[in-house]
Design a protein around this ligand. Structure first.
Ligand SMILES: NC(=O)c1ccc[n+]([C@@H]2O[C@H](COP(=O)([O-])OP(=O)(O)OC[C@H]3O[C@@H](n4cnc5c(N)ncnc54)[C@H](O)[C@@H]3O)[C@@H](O)[C@H]2O)c1
Ligand SMILES: O=C(O)[C@H](O)[C@H](O)COP(=O)(O)O
Length: 375
């Protein structure tokens, strides 16, 4: 059975070639004819899987995406054709949470905030929102969760409504793009909600661009309003509202989930799911393929720790300010946006860094964030 995979899936060749003939394609240029004989189709979010692309794939038996979001897949169409599909749920939740932590540390330094004084409103308490909550616990920060679907399912955690979220110092969005139904998220932050925020609150969007009305935000800025905003995702990527970039505090190119582990987990999860579906061999594991991290050990045990040490450890592992700088200097077109995503620097998750931080409240916070203790 012929396997096609999007060329942005790391380690795909090594995982899938054991099962037979497999071929990479570019999400940007793929044509229906190119994948017409596909038996399995593995993608990331830049390939739109719909009738236009797979209408002629008569032998297609399985579709999978190595991403958490799946709004690029026409599920109704797959269901109509009885083609099973798989989503790598949670593959990059730690990466997204660490992106948000890096933003918090960067902005705490910039605005002289003491993070434990801040309350965070997490909208969407799924994999990424929950991973963030665990990191906030480590930092001693208070948070509220808003997730009406989870509440309706009987999730035992406490949930609040959007009115309570709007009172939080920091609001972090982790919902899927949902355009219809009982709990839509498209333009959840519309002109009205954006206007209701005050200039000291921080709004972070690292889920889908369409959850925040980008033109409404631009209009607000152009009227002279001050808003603290972090945008990793944008409406209409890659051809985004470029005029927004100078106004926002941190601007990045949809890379919150792009740690080495976050992307590679997606490929491995797709491999395991396809192996299970077709009863294929599944003995290849990801861990030995991962590269050694650059800053393997940080020694802090000989000094009294303060918050600046914690920020420095986070920065050494992942410095979102560098991504922001690259973005600001480079992005004036869709091609630039795509270029940054395709050529993104190697970024490891906190766990890849060993820290010897001694034993005090802040060293516990460092380990709680996910950094490994030096043996
Ligand atoms: N920037 C990135 O690189 C990046 C990386 C991963 C995921 N994402 C995006 O973030 C989204 C969330 O990721 P995840 O892994 O946590 O997915 P998830 O499915 O585990 O969690 C999403 C949560 O949002 C909740 N939700 C749905 N509608 C809601 C609403 N109206 N209000 C509040 N909550 C609502 C769901 O019940 C669910 O618990 C993905 O769908 C994807 O679009 C972006
Ligand atoms: O939904 C997800 O998992 C993320 O948004 C992911 O980073 C998107 O994947 P990409 O566009 O890199 O294929």
């Amino acid at each position: 059975m012929k396997i096609y995979y999007e060329d942005s899936m790391p380690y795909a060749e090594r995982f899938f070639s054991q099962w037979g003939e497999c071929q990479a394609f570019s999400g940007k240029t793929v044509t229906p004819a190119q994948i017409a004989d596909a038996g399995m189709l593995f993608v990331r979010s830049t390939t739109k899987v719909n009738q236009a692309l797979i209408g002629e794939c008569k032998n297609l038996k399985f579709v999978a995406t190595a991403t958490a979001g799946f709004n690029h897949i026409d599920i109704e169409y797959l269901n109509q054709r009885n083609i099973p599909y798989y989503v790598a749920a949670g593959c990059n939740s730690v990466s997204v949470a660490e992106y948000v932590v890096s933003c918090l540390c960067e902005l705490a330094r910039r605005y002289n905030w003491h993070l434990p004084d801040k309350t965070v409103g997490i909208v969407g308490a799924g994999q990424a929102g929950s991973a963030l909550a665990r990191k906030l616990d480590a930092l001693g920060m208070r948070y509220l969760l808003c997730d009406p679907p989870k509440l309706a399912e009987g999730d035992p955690r406490s949930f609040v409504d959007m009115d309570a979220i709007m009172q939080c110092d920091i609001i972090s969005l982790h919902v899927p793009l949902v355009t219809a139904g009982e709990h839509p998220t498209q333009h959840l932050f519309d002109a009205k909600r954006l206007a209701e925020l005050n200039e000291n609150q921080l709004l972070i969007n690292a889920c889908r661009g369409e959850v925040l009305d980008n033109n409404a935000l631009l209009a607000l800025y152009q009227q002279g309003a001050q808003r603290k905003v972090v945008l990793d995702v944008w409406e209409n990527e890659p051809d985004i509202v470029y005029e927004l970039i100078p106004y926002v505090d941190i601007a990045t190119a949809h890379i919150a989930g792009h740690s080495v582990e976050g992307k590679a987990n997606g490929t491995e999860m797709v491999y395991q799911a396809a192996a299970k579906h077709f009863s294929l061999p599944n003995s290849i594991s990801l861990q030995p393929m991962l590269p050694q991290p650059e800053h393997a050990v940080i020694e802090l045990s000989n000094q009294p720790l303060d918050w600046s040490d914690l920020y420095a450890v986070v920065k050494k592992s992942y410095d979102v300010a560098l991504d922001d700088k690259t973005f600001r200097n480079k992005v004036v077109s869709a091609t630039d946006f795509e270029y940054i995503r395709k050529n993104y620097a190697i970024r490891r998750e906190f766990a890849a860094l060993q820290v010897n931080a001694g034993n005090c409240a802040l060293s516990q916070a460092i380990y709680g964030l996910g950094f490994s203790a030096k043996p």
